[in-house]
Design a protein around this ligand. Sequence first.
Ligand code: HEM
Length: 502
Amino acid sequence: MALQQLNPPPDFMATIPLDHFLALPRPDTNIGRPDGTIDTTTLAAHDFDVDTRSGFMPPDPPMTRLPEQWEAWESALDEAIDNKLQLGDKADLSENDKQKAVRWQSDIRQIPIIPTTELKTSEILLRRAHLVLAWLMHFYVRTLPPSSDDIRIPPPITVPLLQVSSHLQLPPVLTYSDDVLYNWALRQPVPLTYESPTPALNNLRCLRLFTGTTDEEEFYLASARIELQGVRALSLMRATMDEAFVGDDIAIQRISTYLRHLAGVITDMKQTLLAVRDGCDPMTFYNEIRPWFRGADSDVGRRWVFEGLELDPELKEPTELSGPSAGQSSIIHALDIFLGVDRYSHASHVTGHSQTPASSSSQASSSSSSISQSSSQSTSTSPEKSLPPSQSTSTSFLTRMQTYMPRHHRAFLRHLSANPRPLRALVESSEDPSIKEAYNIAVSALKVFRDAHVQIVAVYIVGPSRKGGRPDQELKGTGGTNSMMFVKSVRDQTAGAILKTT
Ligand code: HEM
């Protein structure tokens, strides 16, 4: 089965309402392709925006600037970066830096509220607008001086950001897609060819950085490279599903081979994850880079107030405001779902908060929130809105993170979850021991990936916090979790998915 065949059958398309996301045009249909590019997007790109060459990353480098009409946003972001604005709570902030931030914030308040209607003609414009406005918002919030007052975000940012986010069904906050998926360009503009269809891992650079450091760039690129390595994983998943459809002895043998290959791909991803240490210094990451990502749930006792909601009756108070996290990476979720590990790793008790019970595979249950249950939460008003969003819900952290993914990718994961021939059930019911062995090798590789991730969290968060890093944030993840406890818990849950062999 090709990726494009993962689409719903034609009769399904006939029954969906016109405003359903599957009835929407493909991402760039309204503005056309950039000059000189060939439209090789697949049918899967139409529905799921997953490309056979680049997976969840777009195959062509993302848009770098909005058209003239929205230039005020782009210029404001340029200014923040060119002026090297510093974190407002930096210990040794100079008077000059403080004044620069005050001037920039005042300029932001003077920007007119630019209409977003014409952005809605194109997914690509909307994505770029989300990226620029979310970066502006994080610059605005994080350059404010420390205080116990609420953080008031001005209407020139909030109104268009909320409008764009509502259209994209995304939370109005910086997401992994703004930092990683749509924040890259090619170092050397090499055309993709039939022989090398995927951008080379060493030919990427980032479009936007808060700090201008290579450490920050390498941090984002580690995830981008893992996304691109995931292309091979997606293709193995697709081949496995083909064989599962046939289901005979030869198919079982082939699936066993694919699963062993998949373990190899996951091992490569682990190596890339560990290689982040070559280019990103832990103290720089902890003290200078990571604080820019912090979302509303990292601000203890300070609310984020979105000014100007009254200007558009359609706008609602946002409830999902966690900072970006690679927990929003669709490729890792896809692996979990494909291997049937999500039943464990996404179990509803793995919320990432200290009240989370100690992990144990026996706790995994079918009560783990499914992607379809969570997908509409991003812009809805929570009845518990007085609580910080991530603490007001018992939804698992990873399920909640799916609401921060581009909606086409969320749809892909939902579709993968609905696979009528789930791999794990097939393995459990097979009498051939080789498939169980191969399945366990693949799940073990994912567990080992998460072992490495636990090491990374120890090096980049626990270590620096012990060396006198920022005390307020010490062990919290940017997604608002109690980081070490959480990543270990997901790792242990993954280990719990390994099947017993007789
Ligand atoms: C310096 C590098 C990294 C650090 C310090 C780091 C830290 C963290 C932390 C603290 C969490 C907990 C959730 C949160 O509150 O955000 C998390 C979750 C997660 N991170 Fe990372 N991370 C790093 C790199 C990566 C990379 C490159 C990937 C691969 C795409 C990745 C994948 C994940 C995933 C999938 C989760 C969800 C938990 C899981 O599924 O195991 N991380 N990370």
